[in-house]
Design a protein around this ligand. Sequence first.
Ligand SMILES: [Zn+2]
Ligand SMILES: [Zn+2]
Length: 198
Amino acid sequence: MRPPHQPSSPYHVAVRDLPVTRHVDVAPAFVAEAVAGMPLREALGDEHGPVVDGGEVDVELTADGDTIFVQGAIKGTIAIACSRCVTPMAITFDERVRVTFVPAAELAPADAAATAEDDGVELSSDELDVFPYADEQIDLAPLVREQFVLAVPYAPLCREDCQGLCPQCGADKNVAPCTCTRPADPRFAALAGVKLPS
Ligand SMILES: [Zn+2]
Ligand SMILES: [Zn+2]
């Protein structure tokens, strides 16, 4: 029995169509939703400067009984704030993915974790990526969302030697040194306790 409608989302793939390749252009709104709530994303507000969120998904889906294998590439760009100076910057990634979708009914999270431990088998991290599916339909969105979240480092830097903001006056020290940099200089700090003749 064929459902009367085609899948409505580009992230949805009907199991009956497998094997199939799928290309998805990741919309800025999708990225925004994926990284919403991350502090260095929230720091940007609506100002992303020249950085445009987005990405591309190119995957191949194959089936072995109820088990669906998805492999291919996911790449993307995310606007995020530099952790030192809060300037908008771009994170880009291009990841190979290889994950498995199994029917939701067969995936009891507790059981899955216990089995992986009991076996004592070293599984590489990509082999542990198992997603549930239901209604004979694969939803690629959680997989893609995860790649965007994982791509954001804990403390992104706009450049390795970013000078950051002055903790005293808030000036961006990449733009110009501020007048309050002197007391923070360790050489002057050492002199602070010394009484100079006036
Ligand atoms: Zn910076
Ligand atoms: Zn300052």
